[in-house]
Design a protein around this ligand. Structure first.
Ligand SMILES: [Fe+2]
Length: 300
């Protein structure tokens, strides 16, 4: 496995204040903004300098996902393998790397046009993470292995090529291939889940349709069901739209709901995600995504 974890996501927002309030008051994340004219929010959930970087802009969309390659050697190897297959991931400037608190960075696109940022050497911070809602985010296992911020589900227009990009070139193994039941007349859906070199059941998934926000959803995990319930209360009190009601997934066992962030990116907020010993795991092909709940309200 050539990717250690999904370390961060970069987001563009047309309303930074709304994202600030959403991340802080609803999700319970720590938001760092140097001053009111700062056009960037650093959003923390642990000892990383940020897990989400939200930049003011003209669109509401995902700008990119940061994949931690674990070491300089593996980072260079990944770049070389992608280059041999025709994917240019060029080393970014020191300034760009410093802005992400990483030692080295290379940015490129997968075959569906999703921006992927390969890096190594993330600098952690000793400043305590203080959640405004006393929430605790799960980003490490018992042996302190970095599980990443959670997971991202990316849209695809070239599903097979994109699958090959992550599975064969970046060596992220598929752990579940889901074709969920769809309402009559709806186009067939397929969600392909992949894991990185850590026990989180999936770190990345591909959904076989495009999406205007450039992402199907981002997932964050908290440490108790009460934290999920309290967050759901806050969502309801704020009148925010849900993309899915409370429910539990089959493959990663996540008990979660999906809320729509300002601008339209869906955030899955969950608890109880499965941690896997990959030496004793058989990838699944499934047709049912949910054990219960998760009544989806997806705009057409
Ligand atoms: Fe998810």
């Amino acid at each position: 496995m050539s990717v250690s974890n999904i370390g961060y996501a970069r987001i563009e927002s047309t309303d930074l204040d709304a994202w600030h309030n959403f991340a802080s008051d609803i999700l319970g994340l720590m938001v760092i903004r140097n001053n009111d004219s700062d056009d960037t929010l650093k959003i923390r959930m642990d000892d990383h300098p940020f897990r989400f970087l939200v930049q003011a802009g003209k669109n509401d969309r995902l700008l990119g996902c940061g994949l931690d390659c674990g070491s300089k050697n593996q980072w260079q190897k990944n770049i070389d393998i992608l280059a041999d297959a025709g994917y240019a991931f060029v080393k970014s400037s020191d300034e760009e790397a410093i802005a992400r608190s990483v030692t080295e960075l290379a940015v490129g696109q997968d075959p569906s046009g999703n921006t992927i940022e390969l890096y190594h050497g993330r600098e952690l911070t000793e400043e305590p993470m203080i959640s405004p809602t006393q929430s605790q985010f799960i980003t490490r296992d018992a042996s302190s292995t970095d599980l990443g911020f959670g997971h991202a589900v990316l849209p695809t227009t070239e599903t097979e090529k994109t699958l090959s990009f992550f599975r064969d070139l970046l060596q992220m193994p598929v752990c579940d291939d889901l074709t969920p039941p769809m309402p009559e007349g709806a186009p067939p859906a397929r969600v392909i889940f992949m894991h990185a070199n850590n026990p989180r059941q999936h770190s990345l998934a591909l959904f076989n349709h495009p999406h205007p926000a450039g992402v199907i959803h981002l997932m964050v995990e908290v440490s108790s069901l009460d934290e999920v319930g309290s967050a759901l209360d806050r969502v309801k009190k704020a009148g925010l739209p849900l993309m899915a009601t409370l429910g539990r997934h089959v493959n990663d066992n996540m008990c979660s709901f999906y809320v729509v962030a300002p601008g339209g990116i869906a955030i899955e907020y969950g608890f109880d995600g499965l941690l896997v010993d990959w030496d004793h795991y058989t990838p699944t092909v499934s047709t049912i995504g949910d054990l219960w709940g998760h009544e989806y309200n997806v705009p057409t």
